[in-house]
Ligand binder design. Structure first.
Ligand code: NAD
Ligand code: UFG
Length: 377
């Protein structure tokens, strides 16, 4: 029988790409999302991209532990991927309590629901930000964490909460995946990252500058100790990252016993690129030079960040395949489709859809899912 995965935040940037790869790998998926940073259009596109309609949507808040427990029980979930949460470093500095409340409450809610229902496989979206300003490059998971902002601290605290929970329960197994810099988009151009407002991150900013939405790219610092003075990062194609989740969940579901109930694993490529190298590659992808200016450093930035990805390879045989050129091409392809779309989005029918107030009832149906959804109570 097909295994069924719950993706909290599955309508978001990384969650939607992972949902597609899970569907393609033969899993059944239930998405739980409150759409605070995504929209229903993106979910509607997933069955079309994946070529299968075995995906359901529950609209609701992951901080509602009773809702999460009901979803786990009703849909007989085999494993949870917990993506939902807030992710903007600068917002977390301005409003740390919002981040501590939302991110930690969400994780505690997921863990308590899993404990209560007896669902015992978890994948958690952690971040390379837990390494802070380390000089140990490339960085293996054994480097002691050192966080420098509230967002990063929520990731570290949640990893520790998972440590304690896993130790208290028999047969509980978890992987915290520490993402480096996820970029790019699905090659179809149907899903990608759509930041609201002015983008903080490099790729969406460059894409908007290339599309003429921004006048130029402001490079934050040209005096770092890197090959050309600009900051260096380990960018990873979001589809490679998504495939990393599939490999990780396969590992969890196939392991009957595990001496280490909770492991932290880097998801990066082990290749670093500077801001100027990214600009050059992106300019090549779109066929013209993207204007830029070099300004002062951005507060809180590190000079360089680089993964040691060997543990993921050893544990679940995952290896990223897509290079910088592909990341830029796919990101640009998505940006062009977004720019050319009439109105705010391509209108497509919704897939099986449930709401928090009546979360076991499918009230809107994608033609592809009609007849295959669970019977409403
Ligand atoms: P995203 O904002 O695109 O996706 C998060 C999704 O969760 C959104 O669809 C949002 O609507 C949903 N959500 C938020 N709060 C919710 C709640 N309380 N209940 C239900 N749904 C909720 O973010 P993303 O880039 O896809 O990131 C996913 C995860 O990966 C996050 O936990 C983030 O911290 C982590 N991460 C992201 C990056 C990155 O650069 N994108 C890097 C490291 C780690
Ligand atoms: N940069 C610019 N101009 C911009 C935006 C970024 O020069 O307009 C530079 C930054 O200074 C940095 C590099 O581009 O050198 C990458 O910056 P991003 O903001 O894209 O990414 P960060 O490495 O700063 O942070 C990201 C996420 C964090 C996450 C971290 C590690 O935003 O949430 O990766 O995963 F924690």
């Amino acid at each position: 029988m097909k295994k069924r995965i719950l993706t909290t935040g599955g309508a978001g940037y990384i969650g939607s790409h992972t949902t597609v790869e899970l569907l393609k790998a033969g899993y059944s998926v239930v998405i739980l999302d409150n759409f605070e940073n995504s929209d229903r259009d993106r979910v509607a596109r997933l069955p079309l991209i994946a070529g299968t309609a075995d995906v359901r949507l529950v609209e609701g808040d992951v901080r509602d532990a009773q809702l999460v427990a009901d979803v786990l029980k009703h849909h007989k979930i085999d494993a949870v991927m917990h993506f939902a949460g807030k992710k903007a470093v600068s917002e977390s500095v301005a409003d740390p309590l919002l981040y501590y409340h939302d991110n930690i409450t969400g994780a505690v809610s997921v863990l308590s629901a899993m404990r209560d229902i007896g669902c015992n496989k978890l994948i958690f979206s952690s971040s390379a930000t837990v390494y802070g300003n380390t000089n140990h490059l490339p960085t293996p998971e054994t480097v002691p964490p050192s966080v420098s902002n509230p967002y990063g601290r929520t990731k570290l605290i949640i990893e520790e909460i998972i440590d304690d929970t896993a130790a208290s329960l028999s047969n509980f197994q978890a992987l915290s995946l520490r993402y480096f810099n996820p970029v790019g988009a699905h090659s179809s151009g149907f899903i990608g990252e759509c930041p609201r407002g002015v983008p903080n991150n490099l790729f969406p900013y460059i894409a908007q500058a290339a599309a003429g939405i921004r006048d130029y790219v402001q490079i934050h610092g040209g005096d770092y100790e890197t090959s050309d003075g600009t900051g260096s990062r380990d960018y990873i194609h979001v589809v490679d990252l998504a495939r990393g989740h599939v490999a990780a969940v396969e590992h969890l579901l196939s392991a009957s016993t595990n001496p280490t109930p909770h492991r932290k694993v880097n998801l990066g490529t082990g290749q670093g690129h500077t801001v100027l190298q990214v600009l050059q590659a992106f300019s090549k992808a779109c066929g013209f030079q993207i204007p830029y200016r070099i300004g002062p450093r951005r507060a809180g930035d590190v000079a360089a960040s680089l993964a040691d990805p060997s543990l993921g390879l050893a544990l679940f045989h995952w290896k990223p395949m897509l290079g910088l050129e592909q990341m830029c091409q796919d990101h640009w392809h998505f940006q062009k489709r977004e720019r050319n779309k009439p109105g705010s989005g391509v209108r497509m029918p919704l897939c099986a859809h449930e709401t928090a107030s009546n979360h076991l009832v499918s009230n809107e149906t994608h033609p592809l899912t009609a007849g295959s959804r669970d019977v409403p109570n």
